[in-house]
Design a protein around this ligand. Structure first.
Ligand code: CIZ
Length: 303
């Protein structure tokens, strides 16, 4: 079956079933193209919360689908492939966070959205890469802050705000595949390009960029600047959306290795099967969801 026919089937079935399709910026191009909305995890959570549909097909990784379920507990949230996890989220089991909280009983816990529902439920605030600076800056300067699980994002926030944070040594393996050597090579190949990277990249990579920002920030950066060429240092699925939105700009990856294998597990076939068989439903225990929702709501009130 051609990709176009498969895409039409997915769209038709979603319409028949009254399903809303949400896709993350890092999804395969063909998955993004059939979605009702494409965005970062915060934008997707907000869409899920406002969704009139009681069926949501969520194409991203597991913590994102879980977040959609937490903010819209009445909807049935489906993920096309249950194996689409997030190694960064898996680097912080909830037991480790509880131990850290015991070690620093006075500290507030700020948790990056790339985390499990159980970890969110043990947190005071959630944040995304787009609002981490704002969330941390809003907190009492006298309080210690535990920032988990991404140490690169935590270091970036700490440097920008001049504030010490208690960090967990988690990291995104995909963003850490981008090396300073790749950055220098990309700059050599495209000397006129502006370089924008994600804060999940290492400090050595961030230091070589013109701008460090989240995926929604990258879109805004391209919209407000008028370079002809850009080097984009994040998961490479982002270039699909950027190229559609800015066809006149020439875009380059830093490295072809920055591909998240989990994000790429969702395909048009699996989306169709998911809608046909109402699988795989995301379940979050009620008490965990209630506590996690508080941390998410505190973030949303600030932004
Ligand atoms: O928050 C997200 O969606 C992620 C994982 C990255 C970003 O910057 O948007």
């Amino acid at each position: 079956m051609s990709e176009a026919l498969l895409a039409r089937r997915v769209k038709d079935l979603a319409r028949q079933r009254g399903a809303l399709i949400l896709a993350h910026n890092y999804q395969l191009g063909e998955v993004q193209d059939v979605a009702d909305f494409v965005g970062d995890s915060l934008e997707l959570a907000q869409k899920a919360a406002q969704a009139a549909a009681d069926l949501i097909l969520f194409c991203g990784v597991h913590f994102m689908a879980e977040t959609a379920k937490i903010v819209n507990p009445d909807a049935v949230v489906l993920e096309p492939d249950v194996r689409a996890g997030c190694p960064l989220a898996d680097m912080l089991p909830v037991e480790d966070l509880c131990r850290l909280k015991k070690q620093y009983p006075e500290a507030l816990v700020v948790t990056y959205i790339n985390s499990s529902a159980e970890v969110k439920a043990q947190s005071d605030y959630c944040c995304t890469s787009g609002n981490a600076l704002k969330v941390v800056a809003s907190l009492d300067p006298q309080r210690q802050i535990i920032f988990v699980p991404d140490a690169s994002l935590g270091e970036y926030v700490s440097e920008r705000l001049g504030r010490d944070l208690i960090l967990w040594q988690g990291y995104c393996p995909t963003h850490h595949r981008i090396t300073p050597e790749d950055m220098r090579e990309a700059r050599r190949l495209h000397p006129k390009a502006a370089v924008v990277v994600h804060p999940e990249c290492t400090s050595g990579v961030r230091a070589l960029a013109d701008e460090v920002t989240s995926t929604s920030g990258i879109i805004r950066y391209l919209a407000k600047t008028d370079y002809e060429e850009y080097i984009i240092g994040t998961e490479n699925g982002m270039l699909h959306r950027l190229q559609q939105q800015f066809p006149e700009k020439k875009l380059h990856y830093v490295t072809t290795l920055a591909v998240c294998p989990n994000m790429k597990l969702n395909t048009l076939e699996k989306m169709l099967w998911s809608l046909e068989d109402t699988k795989y439903e995301v379940i979050v225990p009620e008490e965990t969801a209630r506590k996690a929702r508080l941390a998410l709501e505190r973030m949303l009130q600030l932004v």
